[in-house]
Ligand binder design. Structure first.
Ligand code: NAD
Ligand code: WQD
Length: 346
């Protein structure tokens, strides 16, 4: 029997490339579609180097219906892992149309073509940001998807909403081959593959904490700004649930196996279930890299919340998934990647 073939949208990106490694190592065949708007083809060269396996790469946009049709005509796809999307919160506030076009319309085109070709299994990269600002710090999946504070987050909530309607329509038409959809709500993915060959390669000055800290550690950036030290948290700094990107990638394989067991559309948190503060992250970097991280405390960043972390219990019960790597692994692996590739894939 030939291996199942998975279409990975956005597979050249940070999380997608790690998912490709896990898929290939688990014996799946992989087709990647990526327009390289936020990635380099070198990431896929490195995926091949890590795994010793080849994948099919199509440089195209998911909004390009014909390109998608060509892929589904040429390959018997079993399921889609849908990572392709724009993800910069600040940019999404400045250019909301671009975000809705790429993330929402792109997913519409993708699902339309999937349906035409009878491929009705998809795992979608959602985000804890869809919970908005709930009155709790520990997020369970039954919290309302409501009040995302920026167009990026809203685009994720809109896609979730849209995807939920697909199996409902199947039930109405008594489809014998209904949609099976898993929404994976990531918390804060960090870290890199243990080989140091692939990792996060942000364009320009990073927006997110860990890429920023690691560029300070490697000497590319001078000083980190810590956004606020007066939050009601253990040390006043913001607290987040950081999850190792390889744990996250493995979560997608578990989800793939669970697709046949679920009915309709189901959401799962992927997080460690524990938060760390910005100051704890800085301390871990200093301890593991042996470098001193220069930082200054500045005003809170608009739109930030004090603290959140996942309740990852549902993913454990139904996907048999939990994080295996700890903060030291996350920092050591980030550092291995950053120090070996100070300029990313260039
Ligand atoms: P990334 O930017 O590294 O990867 C996304 C990939 O998709 C890139 O390679 C980009 O070139 C590609 N892409 C974007 N739009 C496309 C289009 N229209 N057609 C084809 N390819 C396209 O981002 P990432 O961190 O790997 O994130 C992957 C997914 O996970 C995204 O959907 C993101 O919103 C989601 N997510 C990320 C985080 C995070 O903190 N990294 C957290 C929660 C959710
Ligand atoms: C983490 C903590 C900051 C930068 C974002 C998106 C979210 C998801 C993950 C995609 C916070 C503090 C940060 C800096 C700092 N992405 N910080 N100095 O904001 O939790 O989540 O990425 O879905 O949607 O919003 O992540 O890494 O930006 O911030 O002090 O230079 O670090 O205030 O407490 P965030 P982050």
């Amino acid at each position: 029997m030939s291996a199942e073939k998975i279409l990975v949208t956005g597979g050249a990106g940070y999380i997608g490339s790690h998912a490709c490694v896990e898929l290939l190592q688990a014996g799946y065949d992989v087709v990647v579609i990526d327009n390289l708007s936020n990635s380099k083809p070198e990431s896929l060269v490195r995926v091949a180097k890590i795994t010793g396996k080849v994948l099919n790469f199509v440089e195209a946009d998911i909004c390009d219906k014909q390109a998608l049709r060509d892929i589904f005509s040429q390959h018997k796809i079993y399921a889609v892992m849908h990572f392709a999307g724009l993800k910069a919160v600040g940019e999404s506030c400045e250019q909301p149309i671009k975000y809705y076009q790429n993330n929402v319309y792109g997913t519409l085109v993708l699902t339309e073509v999937m349906q035409q070709f009878g491929v009705k299994k998809i795992i979608f990269s959602s985000s804890a940001t869809v919970y908005g600002e709930p009155n709790t710090v520990k997020y369970t999946e039954d919290l309302p998807v409501f009040g995302a504070t920026n167009p990026y987050g809203k685009s994720k909530a809109m896609v979730e909403d849209m995807l939920q309607d697909l199996p409902v329509a199947d039930a109405l038409s008594k489809s014998r081959d209904p949609w099976k959809i898993i929404l994976l709500r990531y918390f804060n993915p960090i870290g890199a593959h243990i080989s140091g060959l692939i990792g996060e390669d942000p364009n320009g000055i990073p927006n997110n904490l860990v890429p920023y800290v690691s560029q300070v550690a490697v000497g590319k950036l001078e000083q980190l700004s810590v956004f606020g030290d007066d939050y009601p948290t253990l040390d006043g700094a913001g607290v987040r649930d950081y999850v190792h990107v390889v744990d996250l990638a493995k979560g997608h394989l578990n989800a793939l196996q669970a697709l046949n067991k679920i009915t309709g559309c189901k959401a799962y948190n992927l997080g460690a279930g524990k938060g760390y503060s910005v100051l704890e992250i800085i301390a871990a970097f200093e301890r593991i890299t042996g470098k001193s991280i220069s930082y200054k405390i500045v005003e809170r960043r608009v739109g930030d919340i004090a603290e959140n972390y996942a309740d990852p219990g549902l993913a454990l019960r139904e996907l048999n998934w939990q994080t295996e790597k700890n903060l030291d692994d996350m920092v050591a692996d980030t550092w291995r990647w950053q120090s070996a590739n100070p300029n990313g894939y260039e």
